[in-house]
Design a binder for this molecule. Sequence first.
Ligand SMILES: NC(=O)c1ccc[n+]([C@@H]2O[C@H](COP(=O)([O-])OP(=O)(O)OC[C@H]3O[C@@H](n4cnc5c(N)ncnc54)[C@H](OP(=O)(O)O)[C@@H]3O)[C@@H](O)[C@H]2O)c1
Length: 229
Amino acid sequence: MGAHLVTGAGSGIGAVVAERLAERGEDLWLLARDARRGAELRERFPSARTLVGDLADPAKLSWAFGHQQLPVELDSVLHIAGVVQLGEIGELPVKAWQEQLNVNLVAPAELTRLLLPSLRLARGHVIFVNSGAGLNAHATWGAYAASKFGLRALADSLRQEEHGHGIRVTTVYPGRTATAMQVKVHQQEGKEYDPGRWIAPESVATALLTALDLPRDAEITEITVRPGH
Ligand SMILES: NC(=O)c1ccc[n+]([C@@H]2O[C@H](COP(=O)([O-])OP(=O)(O)OC[C@H]3O[C@@H](n4cnc5c(N)ncnc54)[C@H](OP(=O)(O)O)[C@@H]3O)[C@@H](O)[C@H]2O)c1
């Protein structure tokens, strides 16, 4: 049993991971973007505690956490929250670049920095949910892919830097997964959405928890999850 901080627990992959950890009786800290979402998360996960911080505004996270009780020790930080907005480079406004870079890259870096003392105490595990778009960038995916390419760099640097503190770092690269995010992607692509074609969020959660549960003699550094047949 351990203490885990999860971002993105309100929806999709993060919700399944939080449900699985709650079922096991783990100590959960869930990050919510605002107080209203925090209250909703406490209703859904009655045994969990919430922290409020808007990942779209990473410069304010330090101040926000200064006014809340943080976990003393953390066995894991699970960075699962994310946003996407498709668009060609020729069209995409700065605001769309900034939101994706902030939520998907800068906020995970700042959150990790703020929580490292708690992670070091427990020799904890940092898991980043990346994307196939973090390995290959296609037309209209530029800003999202840039944020996820950056997230890969963050994970790889962190792994080297924190190895001496016993911290393990895993990146999970899921392909298209049947969540609210994928509904939005289909709307933006102008395609009909059929959830049965894509990975179930439960399967991504299983891959993530396999890395988390691996005994300490080993570290899964990267997992790629593709839709099956
Ligand atoms: N779905 C896919 O096809 C797919 C494929 C590859 C990788 N991924 C990655 O998987 C991760 C989870 O995605 P998902 O598909 O489960 O998406 P989702 O269902 O849309 O959930 C996204 C989560 O991120 C949270 N979030 C977004 N902006 C936030 C902010 N400013 N502050 C705090 N929380 C914020 C949302 O909070 P609210 O509930 O408050 O909105 C929500 O809980 C993301 O990193 C995504 O990039 C998804």
